[in-house]
Design a protein around this ligand. Structure first.
Ligand SMILES: C[S@@+](CC[C@H](N)C(=O)[O-])C[C@H]1O[C@@H](n2cnc3c(N)ncnc32)[C@H](O)[C@@H]1O
Length: 392
């Protein structure tokens, strides 16, 4: 493909990504995979170049552009070499005109920028777009440090006992250590949230928004095998992805429960007031994960944020009903917006005098508004807020 044809392909791929972001459709990565599958003529260099154009536009614009062409035209304003590729050649984009739409604005939409926690300064904002590291968690029941250090001599020890960092791009998923369940890929921040759940040994654990089980497996790896762990979620496809991970890691004490949205309480009724530990890793806007998913910015609107905040408050309330007296509730979000983090904790504690927040002693994160904040610049993790609450 010519450089102009690659740019035109990037414009077409961006058109699909923009529509999916507007309509809450498939992720940019999945759309790209499908796009290239249907264009076998694009070789590996073509694909790489097209992806680079697409992700440069996604990283650059905080507001969702009107179209793929507007996005690339906006980028061309800042990159003269791109402007030359709008050359009207056979498979390339038509020449730019003075009056056509061009994307612009800041890296983060202005309405959203104002809602970040006070600790997110310019350095932190820049780090939100940095390169995400590749962190792994050792499963102490199956693997040992010697094996993984033998496999990857360049591995870096992190501040939590089973946490390690590998150079980005290391092929982990086809390694013996991964296939045999000795390791999982998990950001240090997620590992810190699991650590915050476990000062005392629970008997019954509920992971209420377990997704594909990242934190559920982290909990199981640290707890004795006879503890009952319930992994619940409303997303059938995500929840089903726990199964192969359970096999790999040899865990047998996790049960899954598929919840129906708005009817979660019915399915969870048998556990009401009985759990020693409930984790609510709540659905959120993901503002702390922009390093991995910069396209999430294009999905955000004030209305969607408001809906997410309401859902989080409802799930926190519901989760609190599942906890036994003296039990612990951990509420976490991979977001750095106060509305999803500190505001939720403050609102909950104000309305529940029978609960108190507890301090956690971890080597990462900063105390922030009744909880802990983890950030890319300060901690080298994705951005998270979590709070540990105890029922009196
Ligand atoms: C941040 S993700 C969880 C990630 C997971 N805990 C992990 O460590 O990999 C939030 C999850 O909440 C789930 N969710 C959304 N609405 C829910 C609801 N009403 N009840 C329970 N889970 C819900 C989503 O399907 C999603 O899997």
């Amino acid at each position: 493909m010519t450089p102009s044809a690659r740019l035109q392909a990037a414009i077409e791929l961006l058109d699909e990504i923009i529509i999916a972001a507007r309509d809450n459709g498939a992720s940019a990565d999945n759309i790209a995979k499908k796009f290239f599958k249907a264009r076998r003529y694009a070789g590996s260099k073509d694909r790489r170049a097209i992806r680079e154009h697409v992700y440069a536009a996604i990283r650059r614009f905080g507001d969702r552009p009107a179209s793929g062409r507007a996005a690339m035209a906006g980028l061309a304003e800042e990159q003269p070499e791109l402007r030359e590729l709008f050359d009207g050649s056979a498979y390339g984009p038509a020449a730019l005109t003075d009056d056509e739409d061009r994307a612009g604005g800041n890296f983060v939409a202005n309405w959203l920028s104002a809602r970040f926690t006070a600790l997110i300064d310019d350095k932190e904002k820049a780090a939100l777009f940095g390169r995400a590291p590749l962190d792994i968690r050792l499963n102490p029941k199956k693997g040992d440090t010697g094996v993984i250090k033998g496999t990857w001599p360049e591995i870096e020890d992190l501040v939590l006992p089973n946490a390690y960092r590998l150079p980005t791009g290391t092929q982990v998923e086809n390694s013996k250590a991964y296939i045999s369940g000795q390791i999982e890929i998990q950001d240090l921040g997620s590992q810190a949230i699991v650590a915050a759940c476990l000062p005392r040994e629970p008997r019954l654990v509920l992971d209420m928004c377990a997704g594909a089980g990242g934190k559920t497996l982290g909990l199981a790896a640290q707890l004795p095998d006879d503890i009952r762990i319930i992994a619940a979620d409303t997303d059938r496809s995500r929840l089903s992805r726990i199964e192969p991970r359970l096999h790999r890691s040899g865990v047998r004490n996790i049960e899954t429960i598929l919840l129906s949205p708005k009817k979660e309480e019915e399915a969870l009724a048998p556990f009401a007031g009985k759990c020693d530990l409930v984790l609510v890793d709540a659905p959120c806007t993901g503002t702390g994960t922009w390093r991995r998913n910069p396209e999430l910015r294009w999905r955000m609107t004030p209305k969607r944020l408001d809906q997410t905040v309401k859902l989080q408050a409802r799930l926190l309330e519901l989760a609190s009903n599942m906890v036994a007296p003296g039990g612990r509730l951990v509420y976490a979000v991979c977001s750095l917006l106060d509305a999803e983090g500190g505001d939720q904790a403050a609102f909950f504690l104000k309305n529940h005098p029978e609960w108190r927040d507890i301090e956690v002693d971890l080597p990462v994160g900063r105390p922030y508004r009744k909880g802990t904040l983890l950030t890319p610049y300060q901690d080298g993790t994705d951005g998270f807020y979590f709070t540990c609450l105890e029922k009196l």
